[in-house]
Design a binder for this molecule. Structure first.
Ligand SMILES: O=C(O)[C@H](O)[C@@H](O)[C@H](O)[C@H](O)COP(=O)(O)O
Length: 232
C-alpha cells in the first residue's frame, strides 16, 4: 500500500489525474484496453475536474461503476447520470463506453443484469479491472459496502444488490470484495477534515472497516490531502 499526501483538494485532483493517466496508458500499451470502475460521492468532482486534463486514448476506455444507485438515469442521484452530464462533454468519451444499470427493475435484477454485462465485457467470469477509483464515507464504507453489513462477507456474488443502504438512496448495486480485490490497481482519493478521524482509524490503527478490507492483488494507493491526513 502506498499513501500519497498532498496539500489540498486541488493538488489531490491533479495527483489523482496523473496516476490515472499513467495506469490507463500502461494498460492500453500492454493490453490495448483500459477497464476502469468509477465511484459516486466526492470522487465524481475529482474526476470530472481532473480527467479532462489527461492525455489518453479515450476510445480504449470501458467504464463500469464500483457501485450505482438504483434510480432513473436522469435522477440527480444517478452516478452514471452525473458523469454523463459532467464528464462526457469534457472528454472524447461516449455514453456507449459506460456499462450502465438496467432501468426500471429491482436492485436484485439490476445486479444480475450488471453481472451479465460484465461477463460480456470481459468475455469471462474473471472481472479484472485495471483500476478502481474508490471513495470512503465518514463511517469507513466504500462502494456500497457498509460497516457490519452481511455483504462484507459475500463471496459468491460479484455484483450484489443492496436495499438497506444506510446512505441514501437505499437501493443500490455494488461490487463485492472478490471483484474489488481482483483489480490491478485501486485508488482511494480522500479530502477534507470530515474524513480525518476515519483516515486515522483505517490507515494508522488498521481497524477492520469496509475500506480497510480493500487489499487488491495489484497496487493500492491512498491519496489523502492535509486536512484528511491531520491525525496520521
Ligand atoms: O454512490 C455512492 O454513494 C458512492 O459510490 C460511495 O461509495 C462513495 O464513494 C462513498 O459514499 C464516499 O462518498 P463521499 O466521498 O461523498 O463521502
Amino acid at each position: 500500500m502506498t499513501t500519497i499526501k498532498v496539500g489540498n483538494e486541488e493538488e489531490l485532483i491533479k495527483k489523482l489525474a496523473s496516476y490515472i493517466e499513467k495506469i490507463s496508458n500502461d494498460a492500453i500499451l500492454n493490453r490495448e484496453k483500459f477497464f476502469v470502475g468509477l465511484s459516486g460521492g466526492s470522487v465524481v468532482k475529482y474526476l470530472c475536474e481532473g480527467l479532462p486534463l489527461i492525455n489518453t486514448d479515450w476510445s480504449k476506455w470501458s467504464i463500469a461503476f464500483c457501485d450505482e444507485r438504483v434510480v432513473p438515469e436522469d435522477s440527480d442521484d444517478s452516478t452514471f447520470g452525473t458523469y454523463s452530464r459532467q464528464l462526457i462533454p469534457k472528454t472524447q468519451l461516449t455514453k456507449e463506453q459506460f456499462i450502465v444499470i438496467k432501468q426500471g427493475v429491482s436492485a436484485e435484477e439490476a445486479a444480475k443484469d450488471y453481472t451479465q454485462k460484465l461477463k460480456e465485457l470481459f468475455k469471462s467470469d474473471n472481472f479484472k479491472f485495471d483500476l478502481l477509483l474508490l471513495g470512503m464515507g465518514p463511517d469507513g464504507h466504500t462502494c456500497s459496502l457498509f460497516p457490519g453489513h452481511p455483504l462484507l462477507n459475500e463471496t459468491t456474488l460479484k455484483i450484489a444488490p443492496i436495499t438497506d443502504s444506510p446512505k441514501p438512496p437505499s437501493s443500490r448495486i455494488t461490487m463485492t470484495y472478490p471483484v474489488i480485490n481482483n483489480a490491478r490497481n485501486c485508488i482511494f482519493a480522500i479530502s477534507g477534515s470530515g474524513k480525518a478521524d476515519m483516515i486515522k482509524r483505517i490507515l494508522k490503527e488498521k481497524e477492520d472497516l469496509p475500506a480497510t478490507r480493500v487489499k487488491p492483488e495489484g497496487s493500492l494507493y491512498w491519496i489523502v490531502d492535509n486536512a484528511a491526513a491531520i491525525h496520521l
